[in-house]
Design a binder for this molecule. Structure first.
Ligand SMILES: *Cc1c(COP(=O)(O)O)cnc(C)c1O
Length: 360
C-alpha cells in the first residue's frame, strides 16, 4: 500500500536554517517574553503584510478571545455557523452569546442580509470568518456595523497571503486575527497574531497578551498569550518561503480544477478582486451519501480528507443556539477538503482525481 496522504502536510524548512536560529537562542538564553526573534518576526510580518500594528501570539484562538475582551463584548455577537469551532467557542468562552447568521451559498461566508435580520439592542459585534481565505462581503458588513454601532472582528485564520483590493485581507475590520498553526499556509508550529488599525487598541492588546502587565503594575486582567523564540524561529524560516508555498499549492489546485467532474461537484467562487492563497481545496457534493462514499473510497487507498467545515456550528448542542441556518446546514454536510500542499506529487493528484470521479 502506498504512503498515507493527509489533507495537508506542514512545510518544514531545511533543518540547518532552523538550527542556525537555535544556536543564537543557546547563546542568548532569552527563550520567551518578546525576545529578539519574536521582535524580528513581528517586524518582518508587518512588512510582508503591510500592517502597522500586529502582535505575534500563542495561537489563533486566544487572539479571538483577546479581541472580545479588549472590546468589552459581553452581549450578543452575530457570527458565522460555517467555520472552525474556535470562532464560536471563543465567543462562548468569553461568556458572550453567539448568534448565528446564515451564509451565502456561492462563497460560504456570512450573509449580510441575515446579519441585519438578527440585530437586537444586545448586539455588540459581528465576528465573521473569511472562510477558506475567501473575503466576506466586507463593504456591506462595514456599512451595517456603522449604522448600528457594532464592532467588526474578522477571524482571518485562513487568510495569510490573501490580497483583497490590493491590500492584505488582514487589514480590514476593527480587529483581525490569524492562526499560524502547523496546518495553515504560513505556520510557526503553534501561533497566531492579532492586528487592528487602531493604535490605542493595539497598545491594549499588547498588554492583554502579557498578563496585563505595565512594568511591575497592571492595567487590567490579562492573559498569557505570548509566544516563544522557538516558534518565532520557525516563522522566520518559513516566511521567506510563503510565496513559493502558495505557488506550489496553486499548481495542485489547477489540476483539480481541470480534471474533477464538475457535473457532480461544485466549488466556491473566488471573486476577481481577490488574490487567493489556495488555503484549502473544498468541494461540495450533491448529497452527503455521495460525500461519504468518496471519503471511504479515498480512505481505502490511504488518502485521508477532512470534512471542513462540519458540522454547521449552530447545531452544536452545547452552544444552545436557536437560529436555524439552512444554507450552512445544507453545505456543511456536503463539504470536503481535498489534499493540498506544495509537494503533493502529480501522480498522487491524478490518483485522487480518478478515485473521486470513479465514485461519483
Ligand atoms: C485554525 C483556526 C482557528 C484556530 O487557530 P489555532 O491557532 O489552532 O488556535 C480559528 N479559526 C479558524 C477559522 C481556524 O481555521
Amino acid at each position: 500500500m502506498s504512503e498515507k496522504i493527509f489533507v495537508t502536510k506542514s512545510y518544514l524548512p531545511p533543518q540547518e536554517e532552523y538550527i542556525a536560529y537555535l544556536n543564537g537562542i543557546w547563546e542568548r538564553h532569552h527563550l520567551t517574553n518578546q525576545g529578539p526573534l519574536v521582535l524580528e518576526l513581528e517586524q518582518k510580518l508587518r512588512q510582508y503584510l503591510g500592517l502597522e500594528h500586529l502582535h505575534f501570539s500563542s495561537n489563533g484562538t486566544i487572539v479571538l478571545q483577546m479581541a472580545l475582551k479588549a472590546l468589552r463584548i459581553t452581549g450578543e455577537v452575530i457570527t458565522t455557523p460555517f467555520s472552525y469551532c474556535a470562532t464560536s467557542h471563543a465567543i462562548a468562552w468569553e461568556n458572550a452569546t453567539p448568534i448565528f447568521a446564515d451564509i451565502r451559498k456561492e462563497d460560504l461566508c456570512i450573509d449580510p442580509d441575515c446579519i441585519e435580520a438578527l440585530i437586537t439592542p444586545k448586539t455588540q459585534a459581528i465576528l465573521a470568518t473569511h472562510v477558506y481565505g475567501i473575503p466576506c462581503q466586507i463593504e456591506r458588513i462595514e456599512a451595517i456595523a456603522k449604522q448600528h454601532g457594532l464592532y467588526v472582528i474578522y477571524d482571518a485564520a485562513h487568510t495569510f497571503g490573501v490580497q483583497y483590493k490590493g491590500k492584505s485581507l488582514l487589514s480590514y475590520g476593527d480587529v483581525s486575527t490569524c492562526s499560524f498553526h502547523a496546518t495553515k499556509v504560513f505556520h510557526t508550529v503553534e501561533g497566531g497574531m492579532i492586528t487592528t488599525p487602531n493604535a490605542e487598541l493595539s497598545e491594549q492588546l499588547k498588554l492583554y497578551r502579557s498578563f496585563g502587565h505595565v512594568g511591575d503594575d497592571y492595567f487590567d486582567i490579562g492573559i498569557n498569550a505570548k509566544n516563544s523564540e522557538f516558534h518565532a524561529a520557525m516563522g522566520l524560516c518559513n516566511l521567506p518561503k510563503v510565496d513559493e508555498i502558495i505557488a506550489g499549492r496553486r499548481r495542485v489546485t489547477e489540476s483539480y480544477d481541470q480534471h474533477l467532474n464538475w457535473e457532480k461537484l461544485t466549488k466556491p467562487t473566488i471573486p476577481a478582486d481577490v488574490e487567493w492563497n489556495h488555503a484549502y481545496y473544498p468541494v461540495f457534493f450533491e448529497t452527503e451519501a455521495d460525500l461519504l462514499k468518496v471519503r471511504d473510497a479515498l480512505a481505502a487507498q490511504n488518502i485521508f480528507v477532512r470534512r471542513y467545515f462540519y458540522p454547521s456550528l449552530n447545531t452544536l448542542s452545547f452552544l444552545h443556539a436557536h437560529q436555524s441556518c439552512p444554507v450552512s446546514e445544507y453545505m456543511a454536510v456536503r463539504a470536503l477538503s481535498l489534499p493540498l500542499y506544495p509537494d503533493l506529487p502529480d501522480h498522487d493528484v491524478e490518483r485522487i482525481i480518478s478515485i473521486i470521479n470513479e465514485n461519483l
